[in-house]
Unconditional design. Structure first.
Length: 122
């Protein structure tokens, strides 16, 4: 992919781009939840987010906060995107990109933690 193609992707402010980014955001959120649970089970890690400490250990609450609620919010946002003007689409895309960036970094952190566990074990 050429630089101009990458730049065009990141500057795309269409409803389709927002839908794709929201879907990616949901997938990254799910991988964050799954990886967090796996790392907590090792006993070597603790939940860093004080707001999530009580939630993450409760399966039903964790499912609600990490799956059901984000999915409901994304589905609601998708219903609003079809009527959004250009300014609203730009804002939606920027918010989604910020969320993708945050969860991408969290997932990279999880990968580093898994690598550290592997290196300690071997």
């Amino acid at each position: 992919m050429k630089i101009s193609a990458v730049s065009a992707y990141w500057h795309d402010d269409t409803a389709l781009a927002a839908k794709r980014r929201l879907f990616l955001l949901l997938m990254l959120d799910l991988t964050d939840w799954i990886c967090t649970l796996a790392l907590l089970k090792t006993g070597l890690f603790k939940e860093a987010n004080p707001l999530m400490r009580g939630v993450i250990s409760n399966t039903a609450a964790g499912f609600f906060v990490k799956v059901a609620m984000p999915l409901a919010l994304i589905l609601f946002a998708l219903t609003k995107l079809k009527d959004a003007d250009r300014r609203q689409l730009l804002l939606s895309n920027n918010i989604a990109l910020f969320g993708v960036a945050v969860y991408f970094l969290l997932d990279l952190y999880h990968i580093a933690c898994f690598a550290a566990i592997y290196m300690i074990a071997h």
